[in-house]
Design a protein around this ligand. Sequence first.
Ligand SMILES: *Cc1c(COP(=O)(O)O)cnc(C)c1O
Length: 370
Amino acid sequence: MSVYEEIGLRRVINASGRVTVLGVSTISERVAAAAASGAQSYVVIDELIDKAGEIISTYTGAEDSCVTSCASAAIALTIAGLISKGKKSIVDRLPDSEGLANEIVLQKGHSIDYGAPMTTMIRLGGGIPIEAGMANEVSAEDIEEAITDKTVALLYVKSHHCVQKGMVDIATMMKIAKQHHLPFMIDAAAEEDFRKYIGMGADLVFYSGAKALEATTSGFVTGKKKYISYVKKQYKGIGRAMKIGKEGIMGLLTALEQYEHKDQKKEVAENLSKVQYLCEEINRIPGLKAEQIQDEAGRAIYRARMTLDPDYQGGNMQEIQSALRRGTPMIYCRAEFLNLGKLDFDPRPLGNGDKELIVERLKEIMEAQK
Ligand SMILES: *Cc1c(COP(=O)(O)O)cnc(C)c1O
């Protein structure tokens, strides 16, 4: 029994993926041990933040990094940092940035809700989001014309949540930023490659600790030393409301080390075999169809996508999804494409016996709909 069931909460089977609504990910014994030891002694926090930045940078290839409570905090603190440029009087008054250069340019199709609005994280840091172009179509010209003397930085969002078509690519947007001598930031919160965007020349990149890394709840921004020094100063300002504890930091550092040695190929192969199991079993259930799909952002994440047989006369996918969530344990799937009649299963968080339980429950639900 989990500690959550002990306090009277229902068990949940997570087929959604690394999502905040279900607690993102679970940590390994090693990460848990590092977090526990970290919590059991004192340290000078400023020194820990500097040292953590040094260590994180060995995994990203950047000049320096700043550890944060999550990727959202990394975004807010970085924007505050770029607006204040290390000036104490500005750190003290943020998020009030009236009269200062405070505009952050992003593409309209990148102005997403990942569980909270991207624009809120920009505003938390004192920034004003400037959305360039249209939701389905952004040109280099749109970005150029959105830049004014109040622009502080350009933000690119790499995510399956973004509109994937019609957007300006990283290289083009980065070139525009460099031409205007503006920092170029990439939100790569859920990405799995911690070197890629720094390698491409981005000035600052944001990552979430609990997603690909399966760390304690944490995040970081990695990039140019000067900018990172501005970010760290925010811990005496708005950063206080986004404090990461010493245990969270130690969990993150251990997770980074563990990730370097992870057998990615083996993990992908295991997930593919779970996807295949789900597809085969679901295809045997009358009324249901399933196929293997790959993540929209092109990551090595495979899922089983379930649809209804076009000839099926019973209920709709919405009802199946509600029935999955109503039972005990609750089964959560990815419902992003539910309006199109598609329900996706991410096998990565599934524990022993979970995939069999999902199939059993689907059989019961379809039987009851007859
Ligand atoms: C998850 C996510 C975030 C937020 O990450 P947290 O660590 O939960 O704050 C930001 N941006 C994108 C694109 C994300 O997927």
